[in-house]
Write a protein that binds this ligand. Structure first.
Ligand code: GRF
Length: 206
């Protein structure tokens, strides 16, 4: 079974979807460790409740991003992690982490990238006035929110949406999309083709 490391910073509802899907066998993988850069968050409690190793590594304890990333890599290696999932991990990362798990890190973002990268993607979508937004799962590369796209799911924006109501439907879409992608990863169906500097990815059908 594929060994997964999940990186988080907050609530952990996407982590919960992964915990549930590994527990039921929908994802044929095992979450070996959950690491948060913020101590005391709900995501760590969710991991502990599921009997998964839960580690808080406060980024504030490290002098640089690279040193923090090196500590993360050390933990991921200690738990024999093969694939890394950023599930609400709110940190910019350096080549120290990206090169250690080259093309084996995925991120979930609450917009249809390349629209609305960065924080507050739901608010950005409402302020812009788009009628459809959605979520994106992509490979993590050096540039924030711009690695090769693996999967996207649309979410329709309603006229009376608030950030909260939109994000509620967004989260449902995220959970489904992330589980589907991680399932494919663990089933060995994610093909990464290094055509040029930007790898092309596709998910083979079952
Ligand atoms: C999600 O919207 C994810 O796309 C973004 O941060 C949020 C995390 O939510 N990167 P949760 O912690 O999984 O509930």
């Amino acid at each position: 079974m594929t060994r997964l490391g999940v990186l988080v910073s907050g609530n952990g509802s996407n982590l919960q979807a992964l915990i549930d899907a590994t527990a039921t066998g929908v994802i044929p993988g095992q979450i070996a460790v959950v690491i948060s850069n913020v101590p005391g968050v709900r995501a760590l409690q969710r991991a502990e409740a599921a009997g998964i190793a839960a580690i808080a590594l406060s980024h504030k304890q490290y002098a640089s991003r690279r040193q923090f990333d090196a500590a993360v890599v050390e933990e991921l290696r200690r738990y024999d992690v093969e694939w890394v999932v950023f599930a609400g991990f709110m940190r910019l990362v350096t080549p120290v982490l990206i090169d250690a798990f080259e093309n084996r890190i995925i991120n979930i973002h609450p917009s249809l990238l390349p629209a609305f990268p960065g924080v507050d993607a739901g608010r950005q979508a409402l302020e812009y006035g788009v009628k459809v937004t959605g979520c994106t799962v992509h490979l993590v590369t050096q540039d924030m929110d711009s690695g090769p796209i693996i999967a996207q799911t649309p979410v329709v924006v309603e006229d009376d949406d608030t950030v909260d109501s939109l994000m509620q439907r967004m989260h449902a879409a995220e959970h489904e999309t992330l589980v589907r992608v991680v399932q494919g990863v663990c089933e060995g169906r994610l093909a990464v083709e290094r055509a040029n500097a930007r790898p092309k990815v596709s998910m083979r059908k079952r």
